[in-house]
Design a binder for this molecule. Structure first.
Ligand SMILES: Nc1ncnc2c1ncn2[C@@H]1O[C@H](COP(=O)(O)OP(=O)(O)OP(=O)(O)O)[C@@H](O)[C@H]1O
Ligand SMILES: [Mg+2]
Length: 222
């Protein structure tokens, strides 16, 4: 479970300051697929990065599975990120020279799993995103939709309980958008906590709960 309590984020530049997140309190439970919808600049990525422990809030508490993450060391935060959180981004961030298989293997190289166990995990997640047949293909040769499915496989290969996606369909056409959203939704059906931030009205329709973000505040929930 993710719990945010009175989260604020301020940026200062010289004499001025900008409040990017303004008193956000939300709870997201296991099995939920939550969409956070808002215009460009409303604070979506900032919020996602704070939940993903890539950034720290100016005030408030981020708690993951009951643990207050604001008081942890960088190392402890990195451990939680590696073990519990899978990230998916708009621009995929694959290594183009690696094959599909090698890209998905990257997060496992940081664990002490044996190569047979790694292989089993990789096959499983590639099957889940429907890309077993492309395992040996170079990432640079894939379509956008395929690349995003590889990125999702990589995000889930360490079996995290939280999936955070920042505009996962931003570079995809309608058909691939639907495929990617269905995969993300299916992960929540398996009990994972899924949060998708986007300004795409079509994409959030797949979510079980939609939070509307405006100027750093949650102004509505559907
Ligand atoms: N590191 C930073 N330093 C200063 N200001 C920042 C920083 N990161 C974000 N901001 C500001 O915070 C505001 C929200 O940015 P954010 O990236 O969270 O928006 P977003 O909702 O994700 O937008 P988009 O849909 O365009 O990705 C913007 O006004 C931006 O300029
Ligand atoms: Mg953004």
């Amino acid at each position: 479970m993710i719990q945010l309590t009175h989260i604020t984020k301020e940026y200062r530049f010289g004499e001025k300051s900008q409040t990017v997140l303004n008193d956000i309190s939300i709870t997201i439970s296991e099995g939920e697929c939550v969409g956070c919808f808002g215009a460009s600049g409303s604070g979506k990525s900032t919020l996602l990065n704070i939940i993903g422990l890539l950034d720290s809030p100016s005030g408030g508490v981020v708690s993951i599975a009951g643990r207050d993450c604001c008081r942890l060391t960088d190392r402890e935060r990195a451990e939680i990120r590696g073990e519990r959180i899978g990230f998916v981004f708009q621009s995929f961030h694959l290594e183009p020279r690696y094959t599909v298989w090698q890209n998905v293997e990257v997060p496992l190289l940081l664990t002490n799993l044996k190569s047979t166990e790694r292989a089993e995990r990789i096959s499983q997640v590639l099957a889940k995103v429907g890309l077993e047949v492309m395992a040996k293909k170079k990432a640079s040769l894939l379509s956008g939709g395929e690349q995003q499915r590889v990125a999702i496989a990589r995000a889930i290969v360490r079996n995290p309980d939280i999936i955070l996606a920042d505009e996962p369909c931003g570079n995809l056409d309608a058909e691939n958008k639907e495929t990617v959203m269905r995969i993300l939704k299916s992960l929540s059906n398996e009990g994972k906590t899924v949060l998708i931030v986007t300004h795409d009205r079509e994409a959030v329709k797949f979510c079980t709960r939609i939070l509307l973000l405006k100027n750093g505040k949650i102004i509505d929930e559907k």
